[in-house]
Ligand binder design. Structure first.
Ligand code: ADP
Ligand code: MG
Length: 268
């Protein structure tokens, strides 16, 4: 009899950067879609009260009857929150503004930093990647994501202040590793909204690569209007326009991500 494929281990990646507008949510949606396209079973956890990952994946606000708020608050199970998306093998646990209140409620809980880690113990056994879309802050929600994750993936926008926040983020990762999650690593840094015609963009790339070396993925996500249009259609860019440069970049990023983990692609 043919030997069954080896079980694929679950990997939990947190998409984190305390700056807003750097491409965390766009990367959660589109890296998630690209990983699903190459055969992984992906769950996106929307941990931002803005809920942009949920919207971008086509989940109407009225359809978010159970959200990550209820799950983190212990009022519902993860399975109750998870909804399918239009992308095969990609599901999402959506968020609502209720998450804003959770920060305060959690502050008094003794396990406040490990709420998400405990929730993820209940993740469906067929899931092979969990991508956590963090809010633009190093708050307790982001700490929960870092405490639950195997690795952090940092989207960094190719702009002048790109490196400014990175040191602080790296210090936070160190602190979480020391106090909450010793196995936490940095999966990589992905440069987003790259514009080759812009000298500043090119200079930022050189600086970040000089500072972070091969932690920076070779794949850069270009600034691409199709990427920014897709969310208003409630679609990942890979469904909206597979051929555009943004979609192709996210597919390359997905193969770099699985390569870094020593995984063999599922689909030949
Ligand atoms: P964050 O989650 O870090 O706040 P987003 O992913 O929401 O950032 O991106 C911020 C804005 O930039 C959004 O309007 C998004 O559509 C746009 N954007 C992100 N990546 C690209 C890209 N590669 N090309 C063009 N626009 C982009
Ligand atoms: Mg976001």
């Amino acid at each position: 009899a043919p030997t069954p494929p080896p079980a694929r281990p679950l990997r939990i990646l947190a998409l984190a950067n305390q700056k807003g507008g750097v491409g965390k949510t766009t990367t959660a949606i589109n890296l998630g879609t690209a990983l699903a396209a190459i055969g992984e079973q992906v769950l996106v956890i929307d941990l931002d009260p803005q809920g942009n990952a949920s919207t971008g994946l086509g989940i109407d606000r009225r359809a978010r009857r159970v959200s990550t708020y209820e799950v983190m608050a212990g009022e519902a199970t993860l399975a109750q929150a998870v909804v399918p998306t239009a992308v095969p093998r990609l599901s999402v646990a959506p968020s609502t503004m209720d998450l804003l209140g959770l920060e305060l409620e959690m502050a008094a809980m003794p396990d406040r930093s490990h709420r998400l880690r405990n929730v993820l113990r209940g993740v469906s056994p067929d899931i092979t990647y969990v991508l956590i879309d963090c809010p633009p802050s190093l708050n307790l929600l982001t700490i929960n994501a870092l405490a639950a994750a195997d690795a952090v993936l940092v989207p960094l926008q190719c702009e002048f202040f790109a490196l400014e926040g990175l040191s602080q983020l790296l210090r936070t990762v160190e602190q979480v590793r020391g106090a909450l999650n010793p196995r936490l690593t940095i999966q990589g840094i992905v440069l987003t909204m790259f514009d080759p015609r812009n000298n500043l963009s090119t200079q930022v790339v050189a600086d970040v690569r000089g500072f972070m070396g091969d932690k920076v993925y070779e794949t850069m996500i270009p600034r691409n209007v199709r990427v920014s249009e897709a969310p208003s259609h409630g679609k990942p860019v890979l469904l909206y326009d597979l051929k555009c440069a943004g979609s192709q970049a996210y597919l390359r990023l997905a193969s770099e991500v699985i390569q870094r983990e020593g995984r063999v692609p599922v689909a030949a």
